[in-house]
Design a protein around this ligand. Sequence first.
Ligand code: NAD
Length: 271
Amino acid sequence: MNQRANLKLSGQTAIVTGGSSGIGKACAKALGKAGANVLIDFVGNPAGAEEALTEIEASGGKGMIFKADVSREEEVRALFDAAREAFGTVDILINNAGIQKDAPFVDMSLKDWNFVLNVNLTGQFLCAREAAREFLRRGPRPEVSVALGKIICMSSVHQLIPWAGHVNYAASKGGVMLFMKSIAQELGEHKIRVNSIAPGAIKTPINRMAWKTPEAEKELLKLIPYGRIGKTEDIARIAVWLSSDESDYIHGETIVVDGGMALYPGFRDNG
Ligand code: NAD
């Protein structure tokens, strides 16, 4: 008997955007190991996406890698076409691709403002819209999931916590919060389940400067009551759970996974 048939996400297909590094790569691997076929989107360097695919295949799973810039409508369409062609449909979107382009506010260029908003917010719009269209086109498949489809937006604690020097990033993640809730409100009646994950500080290339020296790491730890920097697997586990029927009644919610970073740790010593 095929043992993978009993896995939590068997028979489903997931797209993970920005899947060649960091959180996206870990999500791709975890979804693949949970039984899903995984389409790993990347821009630039395919090596990380290939590594994730190799690991999924070694565990008996299936997937493919595909190059698409989430901020470009035609490339997002091509990404979903590729998933349909390879696996028939899409059941899960991990809307993960994201970037930072930091600068003091008065020095921030329009180019860098637009770049971050285009990837972090417009990219999530384009991918989620394409996913919802595919879920509605395909119709229910109760044999694989109670929901018609699942969309998981990778937000950040900075959907809540203002971030000086990173206003484009914080604005994009604040935007993701109400984007996610609004589409959850609109798509719920179709049984399309939409949620976000808001990571705190997770060790990945996006925030290397914050942990690459012992001094930087010590400073960062002051912001994390639980006393450790997050690992990509901390997020991937939640992504698998939110993708599965185990979380079926969670809809329009953000799960903050941050070791307590959003608990105003500056107030620990009486403010
Ligand atoms: P990362 O830099 O490793 O991953 C981001 C990925 O997005 C990269 O693989 C990159 O190639 C890809 N990407 C960038 N622009 C793209 C585009 N136009 N189209 C497709 N892919 C694109 O960093 P990460 O930490 O793994 O970030 C993943 C997500 O998690 C981001 O949305 C980020 O904002 C969010 N996040 C990260 C942290 C953290 O502490 N690492 C905290 C909160 C939120």
